[in-house]
Design a protein around this ligand. Structure first.
Ligand code: TMP
Length: 215
């Protein structure tokens, strides 16, 4: 029997929405359901992409213009895709990524004002028509998310320092993407307790892939 290709699931959202925690919890549940699962993140996930990450998360807020910044994210993403994501999927391994292309459209497009048509052209050059199989958008009011991130991190990243208005715009951007692609992107209310969010995500993933078990 030919090897079934793995599934590519992404978690998206603003700062402090709980993506990293939920990524791990989903990994555990998928593993209990018998799947081999790799967890990764963006920007990063491969050696080269992690180096590019350092150029993006530190330094002054206006270090890059929005399109240059989007290009850097896509440089990192192409490397991540070629070296980690594609090979894993081809081996039948499921991949869960904490962020992917939707973050570039929401942050550099809606949030920072990069031209959406230009960003789409860059996307096509970098990764063609590759898209996640399923995306879970953890939606949370930016005030709450930034407060959570501030209490968690020792040092505010470049993005945490960008101001509330930018975070409001990117939240609206994520919701616009979800409204335009409801077959791929499911919106999850991230203001509930961690266990409730994990249960909701698991219900959505089980339903999508017809998985059994309630773990
Ligand atoms: P993280 O805090 O989720 O690890 O991500 C680092 C930052 O990078 C986060 O503040 C969002 C930002 N980001 C973008 O602006 N565009 C992108 O395409 C990605 C993947 C992340």
């Amino acid at each position: 029997m030919p090897l079934a290709r793995g599934r590519f699931i992404t978690l998206e959202g603003g700062e402090g929405a709980g993506k990293s925690t939920q990524t791990r919890r989903l990994q555990e549940r998928l593993q209990s359901a018998g799947h081999e699962v790799v967890v990764t993140r963006e920007p990063g996930g491969s050696e080269g992409a992690e180096e590019v990450r350092n150029l993006l998360v530190s330094g002054s807020v206006d270090r890059w213009d929005a399109v240059s910044e989007a290009m850097l994210h896509f440089v990192a993403r192409r490397d991540h895709l070629l070296r980690l994501i594609e090979p894993a999927l081809a081996k039948g391994i499921w991949v869960i990524s904490d962020r992917f292309t939707d973050s570039t459209i929401a942050y550099q497009g809606y949030g920072q004002g990069g031209d959406l048509t230009v960003l789409d052209a860059v996307r096509r050059i970098a990764i063609g028509d590759f898209d996640p199989d399923m995306t879970l958008l953890l939606d949370l009011a930016p005030e709450d998310g930034l407060a959570r991130a501030a209490s968690r991190d020792n040092e505010a990243s470049r993005y945490d320092r960008m101001g509330l208005a930018m975070h409001e715009r990117l939240r609206a951007g994520f919701l616009a993407l979800a409204a335009a692609q409801p077959e791929r992107i499911a919106v999850v209310d991230a203001s509930s307790a961690e266990d409730d969010v994990a249960d909701r995500i698991w219900a959505l993933v089980r339903e999508r892939y017809g998985l059994s078990g309630s773990t």
